[in-house]
Design a protein around this ligand. Structure first.
Ligand code: FE2
Ligand code: FE2
Length: 177
């Protein structure tokens, strides 16, 4: 298995969640109301799975290793764009959390903001995923030997192993605050 395989498998689950959000969004729009708990669950998925676990492996391992390589100008630009996309996704998610809190506290005007941010996320992520799957991952594979690729794969799996512990440690710590 190549190192990019787990990243691409994760993309498929992210796409499935985006479909779930898309379907929920049409109901939210037609009923003019949202279940804040659904937004919490969507945010948790984006935050813990898509950002921390998935983007975490991309940024902390793949991009870190690529930065050691003599990348072409084009590939370097593409990588910086992907990093900016991750930042954009984080900001949109943070804004979504803020709107959801307002909505939960009785401010119905926050519904428009929730709809807008969910829409932003379902439009932006598929484009980001496509750039990685079709262009960036194949291009970046060429910079690594088979041994280097396998070393990254091992590091990816170790990164994942720690995630469940990090997640539930943070659950406990949030209650202890
Ligand atoms: Fe990414
Ligand atoms: Fe990705």
């Amino acid at each position: 298995m190549q190192a990019r395989a787990p990243l691409m498998i994760e993309h498929r689950l992210i796409e499935r969640m985006l479909s779930v959000i898309k379907e929920a969004l049409s109901k939210i729009e037609s009923k003019h109301k949202v279940d804040p708990v659904f937004v919490d669950i969507a945010v948790d998925f984006i935050h813990v799975y898509a950002d921390r676990t998935h983007h975490g492996k991309e940024e902390d391992i793949l991009f870190r290793e690529l930065k050691k390589k003599p990348m072409s100008e084009e590939d370097r630009r593409a990588m910086n764009e992907l990093i900016e996309d991750h930042v954009f996704g984080r900001r949109a998610t943070k804004a979504l959390v803020e709107q959801n809190t307002r909505y939960r506290n009785g401010d119905e005007t926050a519904l428009a903001g929730i709809i807008e941010k969910l829409q932003t996320l379902i439009e932006f992520y598929p484009k980001h995923i496509e750039k990685e799957d079709k262009v960036f991952f194949p291009a970046s594979r060429a910079y690594f030997t088979d041994e280097e690729d396998q070393a990254m794969l091992a590091e990816f799996l170790e990164f994942d192993r720690k995630m469940i512990h990090e997640k539930y440690k943070s659950v406990v710590e949030n209650f202890e605050r």
